[in-house]
Each structure stands twice: as structure tokens, then as C-alpha cells.
Design a protein around this ligand. Structure first.
Ligand code: ACM
Ligand code: ZN
Length: 781
């Protein structure tokens, strides 16, 4: 037999390699490592084509059967599959082979060759063959995806390909809203089609427990159901009323879970189950109230539950018996290497007041509640490890000390991931600002209501999972990136698709394609074909943003203020005005950054064949002496409110009273210091700084501002101080422009020391909690 295989490979001549010219990766997403196309005609798949596999390879047999089923569904004709045997004429074949390892493409790479007499997919593993087949599908005529292909012709091509990262993940929260097994399978289909290999299944949270645990039937009898608030906004639901029936929710039986696990495995997707602890767990107390600190039976929350104070009691050993039992069943259901234990956003209010938790803190000689959380997670890690699994947690598990073997999922920016990688721990990057697909993907107006934020397709595509501060060794701990779909505001499969796609496809390319092969414009060009495929598959994908991003920067050599414009469409025709009027199909076309000598309002829109796409984008620039100059802020703003970065403080654009409008930097509880270098000594009359007051959103004006200035020597002296008080009544929401006169007028450097206005006052719903400080422009007059 072996001899015959050798003969086969001699004929197929893997040395075919790189004849032909290097191509533009055609339409394949994620972009392959190399794509050559020769002009050698094409191959036609017909009823006489056979899928030939290496003998005695059941895994390849399955892949062949599934490819055959795909072809017959698309074309109506059946392609036979068969093991290779001698005496076969080698013509009109699709050959799948893992014979003779090729070190060039590792565990998941593959080689795909299309010639007039046949197609060869070679890989070292079944996974590689699967990815080769996904690339082949993208080379086929579009109609194949809608089952209307009359003939299937593939142009000659040669691809050699392998992934950059080993972890390529997508997450789905099925607690906030429950999603049926049929959608979970479709989600897995979509992610595997784009060569993602991990599905992070967020199975438990405050709004419902979704996995059957035989030992704790209350979890699916009670914790999986809440009262019906489907007609109310998520963040405005009325609380469950006494005696009201819990009718909304659902769960997956263990049988269904096993079926999904099998389904995923046949698409080379590993599932990571997440069981949230110690926080985001109050649904458990609907059935097992003894596991909380207070012991009250709580109804499952039908909407927002924040702050999530009711969490698992860390002082009660029954809690750890419960967790161990649950994880035993979970470990048995999911064959993958990881169990995710959550660990995020555990409010410590109850722990601080709980005798049992406090006793644990003393008995274990822990410093405080953060130490108790760390102790909790370390104890759970021992259970996870004992079951032969590895533990993953959100980056909060770093607080108070990281468990010895934990893998960290970095979501509050990259910092947690960086810290963990430097300590030698594995990391999955999923920072909100690139990877949260529950955030808006286009201008909120015209989009379905979302949780907030703004993460465009282009933003996702620009993500670089390996931070430059890591050295070569540390970088190896970055396993890859993951997109998260939290479903507070997402109630249906159609809506989940809308939020996940196309951003998931951009992240698939970030994960798969080498950094130097990534090119946003080429991605957008290739996405044209992908959108057409998604249309055939009737996928309800999201609309791309049609916003024109208008930016201002100071040219470092000329000092001129330049306006630039960007969109996330392929070769957009941007037209703009500078006189405040809306642009029309005959306005000036933007081609390159241009200078603005004075304050003005710029309006721009995208046009296609004389018609405007989307809305007019607009930015008003109020120029001042520090416009476009570099400033420094310490500490850095919260990852949640970064505007366009620190330079937003001098970008001549003023924020509205909406703290989410993308102009404001937000600081939680901190005093801050801002310094600006004016570049040369200047006469300065005064400084205007804008702050927000919105107590309902925990935002307070500062207590005081101290202004210091320095001349060229850089020696600061205090110039002025301003005390600030809250504007009454307390529910006033306003943008407050504070003006500070400059006493010594010859300034090169300006420093503002700003004192946070918190904590929240006694009459607030959350008295004593830290207040947010929101700051926008620092205007230098
Ligand atoms: C998270 O978004 N709380 C992980
Ligand atoms: Zn407790």
C-alpha cells in the first residue's frame, strides 16, 4: 500500500510548488500566507469527480464525506468518495492527504493545489485538511452557497497557508439571553468557515444558568428562568414582583451539550465552557440561597443587575463543594483542555459584611477582600487541575495574586495580559476597544440599541494582539485574540449575527494572517466577495460604518494644522465642505490632508454614483494656542473613556453633555495632572477647561484646580487656584467650562493639578463610592 501512495505522490509532484505568479490572495479571507496562480486553466468538479483519500484514515473519510455532501447540496450531483487504490487512473479527483508530514505548515496549515486534472489538499492533520477545504470553498462560484450551482469550475491556483496564532476565538453570552442549539451550531459553522478554532460558551451569569448539572437540579428548575420583561429595556426593567412566575429563559441538557461538542469537533472547534464565579452568580441563589453570604432566596434577574453585590460566599465550604461538583460534570462534558471560571467584576460589598468571609480572611492570613478573591480562585484552580484541565479567568484574577497555572483573558485593555505574560502565564487578548462586538459598529443613529462603545470593522482589523512592550519569550504567551458577544441588548439569533459579523471576520484575519500580510484596503476588497457569500447563506450581517472620521493634527515640521479624513469603505469617494453647509455630489472630493488656518466646521459624506451613503459627518474645530500640541496626563484615563486618546485634550473639538460622545476622557476616583508643552514661550491670558457634571452617571465636577506655569527653564511656579462646587440642584447635567486666569503670562509649560470631586455625596444612591471625573478640551488663550 505504502508503495502505491508513494507513486501517487510522485505523480502529484508536491514539488509543483511555486510556478506561476504571486497573486492578490484572490478573495480568500483570512488571507493565506502565499497564493500563486498560474495561467494553467481550471478544474471542473462534475458528477464524475471523485474525492480520494489516503486509505485507512477515518478522519479524512469524514472530511471527504462532508465535502461531498456540501458539493451535492450545491449542485445536485453526487461526488463519490473513495480510498486510493492501485490501478486508479488519476484524473478528475479531489485528493485529501496527510501522507508525509511537511514541517512547513505545522498543526493547522495546509497546501491547496488546483490543476486542470484535479485538486490536492495536503496537510499534517485533519484540521489542516479542514482549513484547506474552507479555502477551496471560497474559490468556488458564489452560487455554490445557495445550492444553485450548475457547474463548479475552479481556476488553477496554489496556496500554502498556516495560522499566526493557535487560539482564534469567539465568545457568546447565552445567560443574558438564551440562544437555541440550532443557533449555536450556525455560530460554530460561521466561525469555523473563517478558520476560528475556539468557541467560548458563557453559560452562566446573573440572568440565567444554562447548563444542566445532574447533581443540582435546582439550577435548571429555578436558576435558568426569570420573569418576563421582554417588552422593557434591559437597563430599565421593573424588578420581579412577589409571586410572579419566571417564564423566560432556558438551558441546554447534557445530551444537547454533548451533541454541540461533537458538532464543533467535526469543524475543528474546541469549546471552552465558562462557569462564572465568585461574581455574576446571583442566579444560583434562586435555587441554592445558602451559597450566598446573606442566605436570601433571590429571583433570577430579568435585566441589569449592577453592582452585582450578591456573589458566592468565600467563607462557606459548601460553596467549594458545589463548585467542585459542578466542575466535575463540566469537565466530563467538554473534552477541551480549558475551563473558564470567570472571576470578573465581583463586587466585594457582601464579603466585607459577611462574618464567614471575614473569618476566612483571618484564618488564611489574607490582607483584604482582594486577597480573598485571589485565595478563592487559587482554590478553584486546584479543582480544575485535579480534573486534568487548565483554568482560564478574566484579568481580574490577577488582583491579589495570580493562580499558579492560570491563563488570563485580558479584557480591560491589554495591561492585564501584559502583566500575566511577563509573569510567564498564557494570555488571550480580548480588550473591549477592539474585541467587544456588543459595542456599536456604526453610528448609533440607525443601529439597533447597543450597550454603548464604538468598535468599527476597521478598528477590529487594526488590532495587534502582541503588545510591543513584550520581548520574544513573553510574546509567545500571547496565544491569540477573541471576539466577545455579550447579549444584554441582543435577544435574537438574527441580532447576534448582526453584531458578530462582519467584525468576527476581521478578527479571524487578525488571528490567522501574518502581520506583514495584513492590509486593510485589500481586506475590504476581499470582503466584497465575502458579503456576497454571506448573502447567499442568508446571514444577517451588520452594516459597515459610513462615518467619515475627520481628524486634526499638527504637522511636526511646518507646524500647520492639517485635517485628514478616513472611512472604512474600500476606495470611498469623500466629498466635504468647510463653510458649514452639507456636502453634495458636487462638493470638493477629499484626496489628501489639507490645512485649516482658522476655526471652522467641516462636514463630509461618502458618495457613490452621485448618491450619498449614510449621514453627513461633522466636526467643529475651535482653534486655540495649544491646538494639536502634545500633552501628558497622569494617571491614564479609564479604558472605558479614552476619546481619541490623550490628544483629545488639545484637538480643538468640544464634547457635548453626553459623556459617551467620544470627546471626553474619564477618570474613576483619581486626582489627575495634565502638562502641556507650548513649544515656545507665549503670552497666555487664561486657560479654559471643560468638565462634566452628571451625578446619575457618577460624574462630578472637580473639587479644585491648581494651575502652575513655567517658562523655558521648565521650573514651575503656582499661578492660580480655583475651588469648584457642585452645580445645584444635584440632578443638573451640564458641561462646565472653568476659566483660570494666568498670573505670570510668559509660559512655555502649563501644568494643571485637578482634584477629583468625589466620593459620591450622602444623598446619592451610592454614597461614598468613587466619583468619575470627565475632562475634555484644555483651551489655551
Ligand atoms: C467582562 O466583560 N466583564 C469580562
Ligand atoms: Zn460570605
Amino acid at each position: 500500500m505504502k508503495k502505491n501512495i508513494y507513486r501517487l505522490f510522485a505523480i502529484l509532484a508536491l514539488t509543483y510548488a511555486c510556478s506561476g505568479h504571486r497573486e492578490d490572495k484572490r478573495n480568500i479571507v483570512p488571507a493565506p500566507s502565499t497564493f500563486y496562480q498560474n495561467d494553467g486553466g481550471s478544474f471542473k468538479i462534475s458528477a464524475n469527480t471523485r474525492i480520494i483519500i489516503q486509505p485507512e484514515t477515518p478522519e479524512l473519510q469524514q472530511l471527504a464525506d462532508s465535502l461531498s455532501a456540501f458539493i451535492s447540496k450545491a449542485s445536485g450531483f453526487k461526488v463519490e468518495t473513495m480510498a486510493f487504490s492501485t490501478g486508479e487512473s488519476l484524473d478528475n479527483y479531489i485528493l485529501l492527504s496527510t501522507f508525509q508530514a511537511d514541517s512547513g505548515y505545522g498543526k493547522e496549515g495546509y497546501k491547496l493545489k488546483v490543476e486542470p486534472n484535479g485538486i490536492l489538499i495536503h496537510a499534517n492533520t485533519g484540521a489542516g485538511i479542514f482549513y484547506g477545504i474552507q479555502s477551496l470553498k471560497q474559490l468556488l462560484p458564489l452560487e455554490i452557497f445557495s445550492g444553485k450551482a450548475e457547474s463548479i469550475e475552479v481556476k488553477s491556483a496554489y496556496i500554502s497557508d498556516k495560522p499566526r496564532f493557535s487560539y482564534r476565538g469567539m465568545h457568546l453570552d447565552v445567560s443574558r439571553h438564551f440562544f437555541p442549539v440550532s443557533f449555536i451550531k450556525r455560530y460554530i459553522d460561521l466561525l469555523s468557515f473563517y478558520k476560528m478554532n475556539t468557541f467560548h460558551w458563557h453559560l452562566t451569569d446573573d440572568n440565567g444558568w444554562r447548563i444542566e448539572i445532574k447533581k443540582y437540579p435546582g439550577l435548571t428548575e429555578k436558576s435558568a428562568w426569570h420573569v418576563d420583561r421582554n417588552n422593557q429595556l434591559w437597563n430599565e426593567v421593573t424588578p420581579p414582583q412577589p409571586g410572579e412566575k419566571a417564564t423566560v429563559g432556558g438551558f441546554y441538557t447534557q445530551e444537547e451539550i454533548r451533541e454541540v461538542v461533537r458538532y464543533a469537533a467535526s469543524r475543528y472547534v474546541t469549546i471552552i465552557p465558562e462557569i462564572e464565579m465568585p461574581g455574576h452568580s446571583c442566579e444560583v441563589f434562586a435555587a441554592y440561597p445558602n451559597l450566598s453570604c446573606k442566605g436570601d432566596t433571590l429571583p433570577v434577574q430579568p435585566g441589569t443587575y449592577w453592582p452585582n453585590v450578591d456573589i458566592l460566599c468565600a467563607g462557606n465550604d459548601d460553596v467549594f463543594t458545589f463548585i467542585d461538583d459542578v466542575l466535575t460534570e463540566v469537565a466530563d462534558l467538554f473534552p477541551g483542555p480549558y475551563i473558564h471560571i470567570g472571576g470578573d467584576e465581583a463586587d466585594k460589598t457582601r464579603w466585607s459584611a459577611c462574618k464567614k468571609c471575614q473569618r476566612r480572611i483571618s484564618a488564611e492570613h489574607l490582607k483584604d477582600e482582594a486577597g480573598l478573591q485571589s485565595w478563592f480562585i487559587k482554590r478553584v484552580e486546584k479543582m480544575v487541575t485535579a480534573k486534568g484541565k487548565k483554568m482560564i479567568g478574566w484579568d481580574e484574577i490577577l488582583e491579589g495574586g495570580l493562580a499558579p497555572e492560570a491563563t488570563v483573558m485580558s479584557w480591560r485593555g491589554m495591561e492585564g495580559g501584559i502583566e500575566a505574560a511577563k509573569m510567564g502565564h498564557d494570555v488571550i487578548m480580548t480588550p473591549t476597544s477592539y474585541c467587544y462586538f456588543d459595542y456599536y459598529q456604526a453610528e448609533p443613529e440607525g443601529e439597533p440599541l447597543a450597550i454603548g462603545g464604538f468598535v468599527t470593522l476597521k478598528k477590529v482589523y487594526s488590532f495587534e494582539p502582541v503588545p510591543p512592550v513584550l520581548n520574544e519569550m513573553e510574546s509567545r504567551h500571547i496565544l491569540g485574540a477573541q471576539g466577545n458577544v455579550w447579549t444584554e441588548f441582543i435577544a435574537t439569533p438574527e441580532h447576534a449575527e448582526y453584531m458578530a459579523i462582519p467584525r468576527m471576520i476581521a478578527l479571524a484575519e487578525v488571528n490567522w494572517t501574518e502581520k506583514e500580510n495584513r492590509d486593510y484596503n485589500d481586506f475590504i476588497r476581499r470582503m466584497d466577495h465575502q458579503f456576497a457569500i454571506l448573502d447567499q447563506l442568508k446571514v444577517n450581517y451588520g452594516k459597515q460604518s459610513t462615518r467619515v472620521d475627520i481628524s486634526l493634527s499638527r504637522n511636526e515640521s511646518t507646524g500647520k494644522l492639517m485635517v485628514g479624513m478616513e472611512t472604512e469603505l474600500y476606495k470611498p469617494e469623500i466629498r466635504y465642505t468647510t463653510d458649514g453647509n452639507d456636502p453634495t455630489a458636487t462638493s470638493v472630493v477629499y484626496s489628501a490632508p489639507f490645512e485649516i488656518p482658522a476655526s471652522c466646521t467641516i462636514k463630509a459624506a461618502i458618495f457613490k454614483e452621485g448618491k450619498q451613503l449614510g449621514k453627513v459627518s461633522e466636526r467643529a474645530f475651535a482653534l486655540h494656542s495649544a491646538t494639536g500640541l502634545k500633552c501628558e496626563v497622569s494617571p491614564a484615563p479609564s479604558f472605558k473613556y479614552q476619546a481619541r486618546g490623550i490628544q483629545s485634550l488639545t484637538d480643538a473639538t468640544l464634547g457635548s453633555v453626553n459623556h459617551n460622545d467620544g470627546c471626553w476622557l474619564g477618570f474613576e476616583g483619581d486626582d489627575i495632572e495634565i502638562t502641556i508643552d507650548l513649544g515656545k514661550e507665549q503670552m497666555v491670558r487664561n486657560i479654559e477647561v471643560a468638565f462634566l457634571q452628571n451625578l446619575k452617571a457618577w460624574i462630578m465636577l472637580p473639587k479644585s484646580i491648581v494651575l502652575e506655569v513655567a517658562d523655558f527653564s521648565g521650573k514651575y511656579a503656582q499661578s492660580n487656584e480655583l475651588s469648584v462646587s457642585m452645580v445645584t440642584p444635584a440632578d443638573t447635567v451640564l458641561r462646565n467650562n472653568l476659566v483660570i486666569q494666568v498670573k505670570k503670562q510668559n509660559c512655555r509649560f502649563i501644568k494643571l493639578k485637578i482634584k477629583n470631586g468625589g466620593p459620591l455625596p450622602a444623598n446619592h444612591l451610592y454614597p461614598g463610592e468613587p466619583a468619575w471625573l470627565f475632562i475634555d478640551e484644555v483651551v489655551v488663550n
